[in-house]
Design a protein around this ligand. Structure first.
Ligand code: PLP
Length: 411
């Protein structure tokens, strides 16, 4: 008899986004013709930059002729893309990487999930709260947890609350942990980690023989100098950290699919018989067995992000979103609403006014301002009392939304 992976049954049904849709539909049915502005999405809205489109097209044209045809590429990604990333994206940070340490993939959601393949189930995992749900749910799927409690915490996982009280930077876990997920700039809170704070985590990981899984999906949105773009800017990080990056938010690749994962050769973990083994070797084995690489035109498009032309165009789009973020931040402040993030990340994490719950604020915002955002409690119990607004949107609608919020709360 076939048996299920019962771990999947422990997962709570996707509640957040269906519930948001249900409430929007109910409001729309009762208020026909009312324009609703959506600032809830974690997806880009601007088209791909022209330099990227041009390279994407050229890649497709190559496939149309025998001369430049490409079949299977290297599972790890084409060397020319990897070298370009190292040269243009890591070297300027003072980070030296070898070609063999960078793996191109179809996005960092998959990588941050697939990485669990190379770690024993016996590892204790620590994740933030609130959090990007992928880290939590993939650990449930592989069987590293028990059931969820009433709050939504799964037994076996160490949750690290990130709230106003600790400036959205978790304290070190009280019990020993082996794998620590960190995401900075953070989704959903939009906050960042300083060099000193990340040094604290690297030192903690080295001292406790733990591995940090560092999600840098939003590094390109950092506007302030001195904020680390990569965990490898931190002394000792190559011995304890894996980094995930993505072209999704950086260059509008959410529908194109390209990301990368860095597994330094120096990063070693003990096998059952006490031998120190490089995780790079295992990840390489995993990728070459289970993955056949990212499509050639997509890698051509990704490489174009780093051309002078491409980079300027990408920067312009990021500036556009960050100007949206500024408008939202300043508008909320004028309305007397406390908010965080939005300076080095495209998300604004606001404290719900008047002690409203996340969902109460959602309803008020929808019914009085016709604006949709994401309830903080949907990202974890410690997100209760907070609310996420996204800067991915059209300028005119962002301005309209902010004006409505100011009119409602600013009186
Ligand atoms: C959007 C996002 C990613 C990117 O995922 P892709 O699979 O590369 O599109 C990764 N991490 C976080 C926290 C994100 O919000």
């Amino acid at each position: 008899m076939t048996k299920l992976n019962d771990n999947y049954l422990k997962l709570k049904a996707g509640y957040l986004f269906p519930e948001i849709t249900r409430r929007i539909n109910e409001f729309a049915a009762a208020n026909p013709g009312q324009e609703i502005i959506r600032l809830g999405i974690g997806d880009v809205t601007r088209p791909l930059p022209p330099a990227v489109i041009k390279a994407f097209h050229a890649g497709v044209d190559d496939l149309a002729g025998t001369e430049n045809f490409h079949g299977y590429g290297p599972e790890q990604g084409y060397s020319w893309l990897i070298d370009t990333i190292i040269e243009k994206s890591y070297k300027p940070l003072g980070v030296e990487l070898a070609n063999s340490e960078v793996f191109i993939s179809d996005g960092s959601k998959c990588d941050s999930a697939n990485i669990l393949d190379i770690f024993s189930l016996d590892n204790k995992v620590a994740i933030g709260d609130p959090v990007y749900p992928v880290y939590n749910d993939t650990n449930v799927m592989v069987g590293r947890t028990g059931e969820a409690d009433a709050k939504g915490y799964y037994s076996g996982i160490v949750y690290m609350p990130c709230t106003e009280a600790n400036n959205f930077m978790p304290e070190f876990p009280q019990e020993p942990v082996d794998i620590i997920y960190l995401c900075y700039p953070n989704n959903p809170t939009g906050t960042v980690a300083t060099k000193e704070q990340l040094q604290g985590w690297v030192d903690y990981a080295l001292k406790n023989d733990a591995v940090i899984l560092f999600d840098a999906a939003y590094e390109a949105f950092i506007t302030e100098p001195g904020i680390p773009h990569s965990i490898y800017e931190i002394e000792g990080a190559k011995r304890c950290a894996i980094e995930f990056r993505s072209f999704s938010k950086t260059a509008g690749f959410t529908g194109v699919r390209c990301g990368l994962t860095v597994v330094p050769q120096e990063l070693k973990v003990s096998s059952a018989n006490g031998e120190k083994v490089a995780l790079n070797r295992l990840w390489n084995r995993r990728q070459t067995t289970k993955f056949n690489g990212v499509s050639y035109p997509v890698q051509r498009a990704a490489a174009a992000v780093y051309s002078d032309e491409g980079w300027a165009q990408v920067q312009e789009i990021i500036d556009y979103y960050m100007e949206n973020a500024r408008i939202i931040r300043e508008g909320l402040a004028e309305a007397g609403i406390t908010c965080y993030g939005g300076v080095n990340a495209p998300y604004i994490w606001l404290k719900t006014p008047a002690g409203l719950s996340s969902w109460e604020f959602f309803d008020k915002l929808l019914h009085e301002c016709f604006v949709v955002g994401t309830p903080g409690s949907g990202f974890g119990p410690s997100g209760e009392g907070y609310f996420r607004l996204s800067a991915f949107g059209e300028r005119s609608t962002v301005e309209k939304a902010v004006a409505r919020i100011r009119d409602t709360w600013g009186k």
